[in-house]
Design a protein around this ligand. Structure first.
Ligand code: SME
Length: 164
């Protein structure tokens, strides 16, 4: 089943998220490797929602304080490193809070890895101890692609995958 994410169809979108959340949990069951889990989650979400143009993780770089380094993703070339506080990913990391950006060109300091990105959502990713380990970034080529339904479901999926 394919579904084109649109903020004006929240009910359909929530139903699709509910379905894919179960599929992800089932595929990840018993796999302890974090990179394998991130790669699988990115692939399954990108495949479930055709509007997801860039879908993936930026990891907190343990070697460098306050810097993100690109992790597993689906999509066109992403920037390799993002300092905390820069762009949407950096804001999500610094504030440890999901950012929903209807128009990336109106976001101060937005990092344009691909000029086709028009809207974006970035959620922080925590481990079981509540430590920030990454952010999960989804970009769309349409403006206003993401809303509170995406924020709630992505947070739930990430919590189950990395903090449970
Ligand atoms: N647009 C992001 C950068 C990462 S990419 O789009 C893959 C940002 O401003 O955080």
């Amino acid at each position: 089943m394919s579904y084109v994410a649109r903020a004006d169809r929240p009910a359909d979108k929530a139903a699709r998220y509910a379905e894919v959340a179960e599929e992800i949990a089932s595929v990840l069951d018993g796999e302890p490797n974090r990179i394998a889990r991130m790669a699988t989650l990115s692939s399954m979400l990108a495949d479930a929602f055709p509007a997801f143009f860039w879908t993936g993780f930026y990891l907190v770089d343990e070697a460098k304080q306050n810097e993100l380094v690109v992790g597993p993703y689906q999509g066109t070339l992403g920037c390799l490193r993002i300092p905390f506080g820069r762009g949407v990913c950096g804001a999500a990391a610094a504030q440890q809070k999901t950012q929903v950006v209807p128009d990336v060109h109106a976001f101060p300091g937005h990092i344009a890895c691909d000029s086709r990105s028009a809207s974006e959502i970035v959620a922080p990713v925590f481990d079981a101890e509540g430590k920030l380990i990454a952010v999960f970034d989804v970009d769309a080529t349409e403006k206003n692609a993401f809303d509170q339904v995406d924020a709630e479901w992505l947070e739930r999926i990430l919590q189950r995958a990395f903090a449970a």
